[in-house]
Design a protein around this ligand. Structure first.
Ligand code: HDD
Length: 697
């Protein structure tokens, strides 16, 4: 029998399932009699310090927080596995790359960069995409982003970049935004940022969710095979779900409606068994290609276009389990770019080399000591043997007497003792013996000096819709910059990239005269070919799988139409959520009450990929003056979404100002028996872009 809840015991004794040893203890294991009342001298007397139960409880609570990550503080971690589909022994001896079918357990953490731990998910920001592979030869951490280039070329500039992007130190705002003077001052004085600036001003920085974005290792790494031969490599994650982003106005509203939009999306998808997948692609090239390429492959502000070196798919990452505990796993996971395994090696990219110092260093502060590899989420899943010992929170010091080397235990008089581990030149990690020579200097290589050519290539590779979004984003951000000289300096950079976008932004921020071009270290190459792989819209999905349909119903809604929509969504592999004026749901035409997932003001159309509105004329009249209902329809229209409706909604649609503006993105559900499935098929295109006023080609 479960014990009864008893108010007089302060709630200490309720809900105890039978047969379970669920007696509460202190961290020292002492059974606890009462943890709701501090020991005191009489019922109204002073509390006694001797109460070790109370003091331990408060002591531990006082120390619950650890420093948040200095960047990428807001993150979301998920377990999964990587399965090799194509072996590449010719390139790498890494165990995970050698046998087709090998499954390697993984932990992936997605993040935003600039915001603090409590910032909203849809800040305009780069997304981190860090994966820890627990390989049989130790952990490999691929600590990448959803953008293949970076702001700076040398790690020594990183503290400046991050200081400039984070809230200004005097006022402590703005939070999770680059739209302020310090950021644009810094980047406009760092022309190497211009390629990255074009990426962050694109919709890549407002992804629909983590599931619909790419990932990149960014740097050039090395793959080294059994014979010691090296190739250069760039790593890519390609989402099988396709690419998708939201619109800026939508992002602003989603942040209010659901600041946890991205993490909730991932949690829900995995919980529903709809496991997201990414293919791991490699771009492999040799020294000859590196020598002939227009840019330096060690420069992290450059890509190698896929059209020049194709991406070879070698395996698939499947994310299939949410964490059991956010702090233990997502918060304590420690990624380090220096975690590589035999068969993978670093290149001399100066950004990567600096990162290799920073990540290990930061974990010491964040996790409190050198033994963070003892924390289960960070511990390798292969044998670990070394002579390291002691330190804060040591969980498993090596056994035996030998804790140094060389030693002669295990032989002679000490034959019975374990001598401990020995290095293995054959199995062990061998650094690729690259030839290195040169004077010690503090200079940036001349080969890193082209800052605009690929920024231009990125811009011209976008569709007109995407180009418009970029110009709008630049205008928005620079409008928040108070200093006119910074605004002008930025436009002076844009002029090297594309005169059209420079003009649009200049007009947008009210410059009456076009500023001079900022002096360039090298003239840009203006005829780099377009790279279609760089566009989101050109690489979107053609179906609605994994997306969310919001069905707004009110009393009197046609039950057949609602059911047909739910069925069609299920068949399309999409999620259908019912939104209603009341959380208790709505009475359908067949007399049955349909439970709502969201009340209308908690389920605005911005949180859905497409929407349907189904209600009786009476309800449509009733809600035609209801602001959340009007916003639902109006926003769906403004955000170029596909909208399905029944003719009875006319009064609501009229008041929302869309009835007379219905276009090819609207779908009449009374038009035939297959209308719902036809609508869902249409939704596969995700947006009806014709509705956006875009500049023409
Ligand atoms: Fe970094 C975290 C990605 C440049 C220093 N970085 C961090 C994370 C990601 C990246 C995904 C979050 C890891 C997690 O989820 O725990 N960082 C990048 C990429 C870069 C980059 C793709 C450029 C190509 N980072 C970079 C530089 C430095 C750092 C140049 C320092 C010189 N990054 C850090 C850090 C963090 C970090 C301070 C904060 C928390 C952590 O490492 O574990 O060390």
């Amino acid at each position: 029998m479960a014990k009864e809840f008893n108010l007089s015991d302060g709630g200490a004794n309720h809900q105890l399932p039978e047969g379970k040893d669920d007696v509460m203890t202190t961290a020292q294991g002492h059974p606890v009699a009462d943890d709701q009342n501090w020991l005191s001298a009489g019922p109204r007397g002073p509390q006694l310090l001797e109460d070790h139960v109370a003091r331990e409880k408060i002591f531990h609570f006082d120390h619950e927080r650890i420093p948040e990550r200095v960047v990428h503080a807001r993150g979301y971690g998920v377990h999964g596995h990587f399965e090799l589909k194509k072996a590449i022994p010719q390139y790498s001896r890494a165990a995970i790359f050698n046998d087709v079918g090998t499954k390697t357990p993984t932990f992936t953490r997605f993040s935003t960069v600039a915001g603090n731990k409590g910032s909203p998910d849809l800040a305009r920001d780069v997304r981190g995409f860090a994966t820890k592979f627990y390989t049989p030869e130790g952990n490999w951490d691929l600590v990448g982003n959803n953008i293949p280039v970076f702001f700076i070329q040398d790690a020594i500039k990183f503290p400046d970049l991050i200081h400039a992007a984070k809230p200004a130190p005097d006022r402590g705002f703005p939070q999770a935004q680059t739209a302020h003077d310090n950021f644009w001052d810094f980047v406009s004085l760092s022309p190497e940022s211009m390629h990255m600036i074009m990426w962050i001003m694109s919709d890549r920085t407002i992804p629909r969710s983590f599931r619909f974005m790419e990932g990149f290792g960014v740097h050039t790494f090395r793959l080294v095979n059994q014979a010691g031969k090296s190739h250069f490599v760039k790593f890519h994650w390609k989402p099988r779900q396709g690419l998708q982003s939201v619109i800026w106005n939508e992002a602003l509203k989603i942040n209010g409606a659901d600041p946890d939009f991205h993490r909730r999306d991932m949690w829900d998808a995995i919980d529903a068994g709809d496991y997201p997948q990414w293919d791991l692609g490699i771009q492999v090239f040799d020294e000859d290609f590196a020598d002939s390429f227009e840019f330096d492959v060690l420069d992290a502000t450059k890509i190698i276009p896929e059209e020049q070196v194709p991406v070879e798919i070698i395996g698939t990452l499947t994310l299939d389990a949410n964490v059991d505990n956010f702090f233990a796993e997502t918060e304590q996971v420690a990624f380090c770019t220096q975690n590589i395994v035999p068969g993978i090696d670093h290149s001399d990219d100066p950004l990567l080399q600096g990162r290799n110092f920073s990540y290990l260093d930061t974990q010491l502060k964040r996790l409190g000591g050198p033994n963070f590899t003892h924390i289960p989420i960070n511990a390798p899943k292969c044998p670990v043997r070394h002579f390291q010992q002691d330190g804060h929170m040591a969980m498993h010091n090596p056994k035996g007497r030998a804790n140094y080397e060389p030693n002669s235990w295990g032989m002679g008089d000490g034959a019975e003792e374990d001598r401990g581990p020995r290095a293995s030149p054959d199995r062990g990690f061998q650094s690729y013996p690259a030839e290195i020579s040169g004077p010690k200097v503090r200079v940036r290589s001349e080969t890193f000096a082209d800052h605009y050519s690929q920024a231009r290539q990125f811009y011209v590779s976008q569709t007109p819709v995407e180009q418009t979004h970029m110009a709008n984003a630049l205008t928005f951000e620079l409008s928040k910059v108070e200093r006119m000289d910074i605004r002008k300096r930025m436009v002076g950079h844009l002029r090297h990239i594309d005169d059209g976008v420079a003009q649009e932004v200049a007009d947008g921020i009210g410059l009456t005269e076009m500023p001079d071009k900022v002096p360039a270290a090298r003239d840009p190459i203006t005829d780099l070919p377009e790279s279609p792989a760089l566009s989101i819209l050109r690489n979107g999905p053609d179906n609605f799988k994994g997306r969310k349909l919001g069905i707004y119903v009110a009393d009197g809604a046609d039950a057949g139409v609602v059911k047909a929509l739910q069925k069609a969504a299920k068949e399309a592999g999409a999620m259908a959520k019912i939104v209603a004026p009341h959380i208790a749901g709505a009475m359908l035409s067949d007399g049955n009450k349909l439970q709502a997932d969201e009340k209308i003001d908690g389920g605005p159309s911005v949180v859905f990929d497409a929407v349907a509105v189904v209600m009786s004329e009476e309800s449509a009249i009733r809600y035609s003056t209801d602001k959340p209902s009007i916003d639902f329809v109006n926003d769906a229209f403004a955000h170029a979404k596909f909208v399905a409706y029944v003719p009875a909604v006319q009064p609501l649609f009229e008041n929302a100002g869309v009835w007379n503006r219905m276009d090819g993105g609207f779908f009449n559900l009374s038009s035939g028996t297959d209308a719902a499935s036809e609508f869902l098929a249409q939704c596969g295109k995700l947006r009806f872009w014709d509705r956006e006023s875009v500049k023409q080609d």
